[in-house]
Write a protein that binds this ligand. Structure first.
Ligand code: AMP
Length: 215
């Protein structure tokens, strides 16, 4: 399947993407994971992106499009892809449309995962992420704690609160979402691709998406 997962930070896009990869082998492409990996590895991309990310601001569109143009042409995308955290602005959505047309690829659906603001705030302030760039597993100190406090169940690395998950950065990310990303809902409605999902669990969201794709 070829789809875009839209939704505010903390809406569960990453969790849903991971569940969907198991359905048909489509790959999850998370621009946030790619950027965090680049920051930790200290690459040129990472150096350019770091300050924006720490502040909870978006990284410039041209950097993101550079990443995506390369990533979407890698062989593992042939089976399908789940875009998680991209596009985030109208210019990114326009550029993606042009890129997909050039590559001869059609999207199946754009799923907008709707979660109430208070629930988002609760989730983000209690979220913890594995520091290992190859893992980046997500835990929640309340609803999904690791077996050993502060240690990733999957790879044994430390799990931490992300720099952009302080209350100040979170509120900035949510404002940025409202201003720059939420207009994409209308954009994709007009493209005839939008599916609005407000299921309370990630499994429910996955069901709604697979039902729509399988007709
Ligand atoms: P995420 O893990 O998707 O919440 O992304 C973390 C941070 O990476 C965001 O707050 C942005 O600073 C940056 N980022 C991720 N994806 C994008 C994108 N498509 N456009 C611009 N910035 C992005």
């Amino acid at each position: 399947m070829r789809l875009i997962l839209l939704g505010a930070p903390g809406a569960g896009k990453g969790t849903v993407a991971k569940l969907l990869t198991k359905v048909d082998g489509s790959v999850q492409i998370s621009t946030g994971d790619i950027l965090r990996g680049a920051v930790q590895a200290g690459t040129e991309l990472g150096k350019k992106a770091e300050a924006f990310m720490k502040a909870g601001d978006l990284v410039p569109d041209d950097l993101i499009m550079g990443i995506m143009e390369t990533r979407l042409q890698e062989p593992d995308c042939a089976k399908g892809f789940l875009l998680d955290g991209f596009p985030r602005t109208i210019p990114q959505a326009e550029a993606l449309k042009t890129l997909l047309a050039k590559l001869g690829i059609e999207l199946d659906v754009v799923a907008n995962i709707e979660v109430p603001r208070q629930e988002i705030l609760n989730r983000l302030t209690t979220r913890r992420t594995c520091v290992n760039p190859q893992c980046q597993a997500i835990f929640n100190v309340r609803s999904q704690p690791p077996k050993v406090d502060g240690v990733c169940d999957k790879c044994g690395s430390p799990i931490v609160q992300r720099d952009d998950e302080t209350e100040e950065a979170i509120s900035r990310r949510l404002d940025t979402y409202d201003e720059k990303t939420s207009p994409l809902i209308e954009f994709y409605r007009q493209e005839g691709l939008l599916l609005v999902v407000d299921a309370p669990t990630s499994e429910g969201v996955v069901n709604a998406i697979t039902t729509r794709i399988n007709g």
